[in-house]
Design a protein around this ligand. Structure first.
Ligand code: PLP
Length: 358
């Protein structure tokens, strides 16, 4: 049996795929697949609203905030956030902790005035920088990336940020740990890691930020999407349908608290092997910044790394190749990856070292 550790898109829970398969050509005895339904019809409307309500329940989203389902990936949010929230005369501040936050910063710089608040670049993004930043009146918002998918680092404690307008890209760790939504002006996440398939992006936005802006094209305006319950134009119906099934699965498993417990256990299984390997496996992230979602490590040399990949494939282990900017390997262990897969990988790693370690 094959097991997968892809960085995104990742696997969906088996139960979700089975359910989608069972409903494939006859959604609730309508004779149609859900994606063949009108997005203005009753069948789809129920799915759409269920997905929204489920995300609200799972994340304990207060009445002060609204949930939007948009297209264009997290990358469109790199642009939409400043387009909607960066008023002239203000500055957007960015915490640089990896490639994705750099991209967010660069996109925003095309739109208005931006500044780097803190940066971990001098450690090649191995370590999260210290949070020595004070909010200022000139700030439109402070943008952070909660988990750095490529480097395998994560802010261990999000409570260190207290900014009146905190914006967070949570694409790669949403629903993996409890957070206090009231602390945020806006949260966004491309779905293809912990929420479902690609094609839909969840945006959680504080309602006071939903003001009209005549100059913005409608499709780029949070106000327009919120006013139309994310049905301003045809939504990605099938992606939202699968997202709803994934959220249902998370609820059935025990919610975010359960995902958090599992994530901690899953990550420990693999980090323990790295730590006990006497340097055979070299973790990329510094200990205090390690991600519970993406585990990055390298081996002594490229021949050994090639051997590792080859033997992984023979053993049915896939998706471990690291991002080109870090090299080596990355085991992405999002919510849908079971503990047993992590245990299998850990066992494989131990055996590989026994075979090739000095
Ligand atoms: N932000 C983070 C933290 C990511 O991990 C990714 C994708 O991997 C993105 C943004 C970009 O997402 P998208 O491909 O949905 O635009």
């Amino acid at each position: 049996e094959r097991i997968f550790f892809q960085p995104g898109p990742t696997t969906l829970p088996k139960e979700v795929l089975s359910r989608a398969k069972a409903e494939w050509d006859d959604f609730e005895e309508t004779g149609l697949n859900i994606m063949e339904h009108s997005h203005r019809g009753k069948s789809y409307e129920t799915v759409h609203d269920q997905a929204k309500e489920r995300l609200k329940r799972l994340m304990d989203i207060p009445e002060t905030h609204d949930v939007l389902f948009l297209q264009g990936g997290a990358s469109l949010q790199f642009a939409m956030v400043p387009m909607n929230l960066l008023e002239s005369g203000k500055k957007a501040k960015y915490a640089l902790t990896g490639s994705w936050s750099e991209k967010a910063y660069k996109e925003a710089s095309k739109i208005g005035q931006c500044e780097i608040a803190i940066s971990g670049k001098d450690t090649q993004y191995r370590t999260m920088p210290s949070m020595d930043y004070q909010a200022s009146d000139e700030d439109a918002y402070l943008h952070i990336t909660s988990n750095n998918t490529i480097y395998g680092t994560q802010w261990p404690d999000l409570n260190i940020f207290s900014h009146p307008n905190l914006v967070a890209d949570m694409s790669s760790d949403i629903l993996s740990r409890a957070i206090n939504v009231s602390d945020y002006a806006l949260i966004y996440a491309g779905a293809q890691k912990n929420l479902g398939p690609s094609g839909v992006t969840a945006v959680i936005i504080r309602k006071d930020l939903l003001h009209e802006n005549e100059k913005l094209p409608n499709i780029l305006s949070y106000h327009i999407h919120a006013k139309n319950n994310s049905l301003y134009n045809t939504p990605p119906v099938y992606s939202i349908y699968l997202l709803n099934l994934v959220l249902q699965w998370v609820e059935e498993q025990g919610g975010v608290a359960e995902m958090e417990e599992r994530s901690t256990k899953k990550a420990k299984t693999i980090y323990d092997v790295i730590d006990a390997s006497s340097g055979f496996y070299k973790g990329y992230a510094s200990l205090e910044s390690r991600s519970l979602m993406n585990i990055t490590f390298t081996l002594e040399n490229s021949e050994l790394e090639q051997q590792f990949i080859n033997e992984c494939e023979i053993s049915g282990i896939f998706g471990l190749k690291g991002h080109r900017s870090v090299g080596g390997f990355r085991a992405s262990i999002y919510n849908s990856v079971p503990l047993e897969s992590c245990e299998k990988l850990a066992k494989f790693m131990v055996q590989f070292q026994e075979k090739y370690g000095k």
